[in-house]
Design a protein around this ligand. Structure first.
Ligand code: UD1
Length: 416
């Protein structure tokens, strides 16, 4: 199994470009199932979650070509409506294909996506919304069979602004009969990106980025070309890495406005940050603890940036309180950070990080995607060598992390 060997202690300095957003690419690839023509997706990151989504598209009968960061998806031939269990298990978020399959095929069979490394990941909000839209759902031995012959628009008030449920409803509603209104919708930038893609396909979707999304169903959608937005969590990760090593760097091809909560926390911790259009410059000479970090739906502090920011706060002066409100099991990186000398006390949803002046390299394991990023950040700041294993978690969401970090002057090597 490959590992990352990280020799800590170098200040990260230089210029990097930020990859396209993982959390945009998955719903957008699912949306491509709806087109009666070819879709071209630009800025698609080379990450294993994108490979998993392509494998699902191909299993469903789509023809997919890929060159660098460009992907062509052609779903004109008849499609299957069943996603095999092994592909569902590979990527829990593949439940996002359900709405698109219902709209495209009028049917779908998927296995129940169960729990994941972040704890239970229920889809009750998705299923209740589909039932309200006229979908008949049967659950049998962990397998969901859905029949959507009469997919009809309606009002869907969400009890929580779930990102996945908002996207899934949009995907089904764009081809449903009549109008669907989602209230208390998620407002994440990736929802706006999905809206842009659906409208480029000839859909009629409005309101993404606000709490109300209105979708007028269309009989058919056509192919289109779309550039995916920059990844705000990758941006957050590299900003934290630069700050942890007291570095100075310029991130290009990003969206400062999508990272307002994180940039505020970095500034408050003593980082100097300048933004201009698609650029963020960060310089960090000294680092103090942040005000309490409470993860919240967008535009609050993202749950995905909690672990990377915790990796950073391990080497800040003073104590930082974290409160994780979105997922139950999102502190698994803490035990690994402590192996490197971090002082962190978790208690349920809360974790208190007492900054230390030095971390030391150690053999550690990536526990999940963003937890792995936290360990990478801590290792870059640490004295000595860290061997980071289970990096398949990191490869799910970060394109060539060792290449990007090397470009900033870090000593990071992928080893068998
Ligand atoms: C979440 C994050 C998203 C992040 C993604 C990947 C939020 C609000 N969402 O999106 O920013 O990019 O993880 O890590 O921060 N829930 C239910 N029933 C449902 C659906 C969700 O109870 O049917 C609960 C979940 O258990 C969780 C919360 O709602 O506690 C957030 O879920 P949701 O936004 O749907 O998660 P993701 O779409 O995975």
């Amino acid at each position: 199994m490959p590992k990352l060997r990280i020799e800590g202690g170098n200040s990260l300095c230089g210029v990097i470009d930020v990859q396209g957003a993982k959390n945009s690419i998955l719903p957008i690839m699912a949306a491509a199932l709806l087109a009666e023509g070819e879709c071209v997706i630009e800025n698609c990151p080379r990450i294993s979650d994108a490979d998993a989504a392509i494998a699902i598209l191909e299993t469903l009968g789509a023809s997919v070509r890929r060159r660098g960061n460009r992907v062509w998806i052609d779903c004109r031939s008849p499609l299957n409506y069943e996603i095999p269990d092994d592909l569902m298990r590979k990527m829990r978020s593949s439940v996002i294909f359900l709405g698109a399959l219902l709209a495209r095929c009028g049917k779908a069979v998927i296995s129940f996506p169960g729990g994941c490394e972040l704890g239970p990941r229920p889809i009750d909000l998705h299923l209740a919304a589909f039932e309200k839209m006229g979908v008949r759902i049967e659950e049998d031995f962990g397998c969901l069979s859905c029949d959507a012959q009469h997919l009809t628009g309606c009002e869907i008030p969400l009890s929580f602004p779930s990102v996945g449920a908002t996207e899934n409803i949009m995907l089904a509603a764009v081809r449903a009969k009549g109008t669907t209104v989602i209230t208390n919708a998620a407002r994440e930038p990736e929802i706006e990106d999905l809206q842009a893609f659906l409208n480029e396909m000839g859909g009629d979707v409005r309101g993404a980025g606000t709490g109300t999304v209105i979708i007028h169903g269309k009989d058919s959608l056509h192919g289109c070309s779309h550039r995916v937005i920059p990844d705000r969590i990758v941006t957050a990760t590299y900003l934290c890495a630069v700050a942890a090593t007291r570095g100075n760097a310029l991130l290009r091809k990003t969206r400062p406005d999508h990272n307002a909560a994180l940039l505020a926390a970095l500034r408050q911790s003593g980082c100097e940050i300048e933004v201009c259009e698609d650029l963020i410059r960060i310089q960090c000479d000294s680092l103090r603890a942040s005000r309490p970090i409470r993860t919240m739906p967008y535009p609050g502090f993202p749950t995905d940036a909690q672990a990377p920011f915790m990796g950073l706060m391990c080497v800040a002066k003073g104590s930082t309180v974290f409160v994780e409100t979105i997922f139950e099991n999102r502190y698994r990186h803490i035990a690994e950070l402590c192996r490197m000398g971090a002082k962190i006390t978790p208690e349920g949803k809360v974790a208190v990080v007492e900054g230390v002046s030095r971390l030391r390299g150690a053999p550690v394991e990536a526990t999940d995607l963003r937890g792995g990023a936290a360990l990478m950040i801590a290792a870059l700041a640490a004295e000595g060598t860290t061997y980071l294993s289970e990096i398949h978690h990191i490869d799910r969401g970060y394109e060539d992390p060792e290449g990007v970090l090397t470009q900033l002057g870090a000593s990071v090597f992928r080893e068998e």
